[in-house]
Design a protein around this ligand. Structure first.
Ligand code: HEM
Length: 402
């Protein structure tokens, strides 16, 4: 569980350890007589105040998949689908098989920290006659000058995020979610990502991205007093429809890294782009990864030690009117283009109570002059309302769809 300490285990969405699902589903198979390793037996809970897949530590594998409701499918079909998906997510997260037609891909493995998270896109509400329930926070994101967005790989009526520490467990869940969709919804886009495998480093560390940087250092921590207020919609109040209580908004951006250009930079130039050391993530003003950044520290020539356009300077909440997000990305690599360019980067997923007080002001700021922007390209975008977690006996989204 120590690896999890990076993000902590927040409230009801936290992880528990233990041999999963003893006596049920896959656990009945003889091959499971051998105890699972800790990676296999790590388990996130499906039921809780918040949906899983938000505060848990990064998993080694991820799949993002968006669906559009099929022609003729409306609120009734959507409710039945969310009920099917919830049943499947609960079973698979406990290390059990699907109730029907399981593919056996995850047989022999434990839950492996599997999380399955469901969200609704802006277009869902008109399709289901639920316009009055659409939160204003789902208004389309503004255009940014650096956008190179592919609409066919953006947005969607429904969104599912799958994460697990085992590639077969993650793929199994992806197929199960797709099968459950049946004739009610068809796949709009699908993306695959990864992070470092548990146990790959000698001690738990902030993960690196494909540019080689420690990425996630300054994420809000569930132990901080304002964490819930920043990341989750309050359970009462006037900030949106009641069905979103304890939910969160996910902004998803497929951000390609222009690695050939990036890798040509010297180490010093790379560090100036971010404002932190590549080796250990320490701010250029000194100290270690967790030392506070000294924004005022100047060199002998009068220039700031942490450049004014350094990514880690301008994204700070204190430079953006308090705007804060929880970044929980996956790296991706989809092969190499004909010209030799890797199709690789970040499936940037960030969580917030309100995108207008989270992603939008930070991205606006980045748009105005982030040193990193010439080395990245935003290629797809999505914004999804992710309702609170399902209570026992409830399915995800029930408070909206009933
Ligand atoms: C910080 C990389 C895109 C928001 C950082 C850090 C790195 C990094 C290395 C410093 C360490 C840390 O605190 O995590 C990247 C890369 C990106 C990217 C490689 C694209 C491929 C974005 C985008 C946003 C964003 C699109 C939001 C619109 C932030 C924030 C921080 C941060 C809020 C922490 C600032 C603080 O509180 O000190 N990023 N980033 N990043 N980034 Fe990014």
């Amino acid at each position: 569980l120590s690896r999890r300490a990076l993000l902590g285990t927040a409230g009801a969405g936290g992880l528990v350890l233990g041999a999963a699902g003893a006596g049920v589903g896959y656990a009945a198979a003889p091959s499971q007589a051998t105890p699972l390793t800790s990676v296999g037996s790590d388990r996130a809970m499906f039921h809780g105040k918040h949906q899983p897949g938000i505060t848990e530590g990064l998993q080694a594998r991820g799949h993002l998949i968006a669906f559009d409701l099929a022609a003729g499918a409306g609120r009734k079909e959507a409710a039945a689908l969310l009920r099917r998906w919830s049943t499947t997510a609960e079973r698979l997260m406990a290390g059990e098989a699907m109730t029907q037609d399981d593919t056996d891909v995850a047989r022999d493995a434990g839950p492996s920290s599997l999380t399955v998270t469901f969200g609704f896109g802006n277009s869902f509400f008109a399709r289901t006659g639920l316009e009055k329930q659409r939160p204003s926070a789902l208004d389309p994101l503004p255009d940014f000058s650096s956008d190179h967005l592919d609409p066919s790989r953006s947005n969607g009526d429904l969104w599912v995020q799958i994460g697990a520490d085992d590639a077969l467990v993650a793929f199994h869940a992806l197929r199960a979610v797709q099968k459950d969709a049946g004739s009610a919804a068809r796949v709009r886009w699908q993306m695959n990502g990864f992070n470092r495998s548990p146990g790959a480093t000698g001690r738990p560390m902030t993960a690196r991205n494909l540019m080689g940087q420690l990425d996630g250092t300054r994420n809000p921590k569930p132990t901080e007093s304002d964490f819930d207020r920043r990341i989750f919609v309050p359970s009462s109040g006037s900030t949106g429809p009641a069905w979103m209580a304890n939910g969160s908004y996910a902004v998803v951006r497929r951000i390609r890294m222009l690695l050939d250009d990036w890798e040509k930079l010297s180490l010093a130039d790379q560090e100036n782009v971010v404002g932190r050391r590549k080796s250990n993530g320490a701010p250029l003003s000194g100290g270690s990864e967790t030392t506070a950044m000294d924004l005022e520290k100047a060199r002998s020539d009068g220039e700031y030690v942490v450049p004014l356009n350094a990514h880690a300077r301008i994204t700070r909440p204190d430079q953006n009117g308090g705007a804060a997000i929880l970044r929980r990305p996956f790296s991706y690599h989809d092969g190499i283009d004909a010209d030799g360019t890797p199709d690789a980067g970040l499936l940037f997923v960030c969580w917030q109570a309100d995108p207008l007080r989270g992603f939008v002001p930070v991205q606006r700021k980045l748009d105005r002059g982030d040193a990193l922007s010439q080395y990245i390209r935003h290629e797809a975008s999505g914004l999804f309302a992710v309702p609170g977690g399902a209570a026992d006996g409830e399915y995800v989204g029930q408070r909206l769809l009933e």
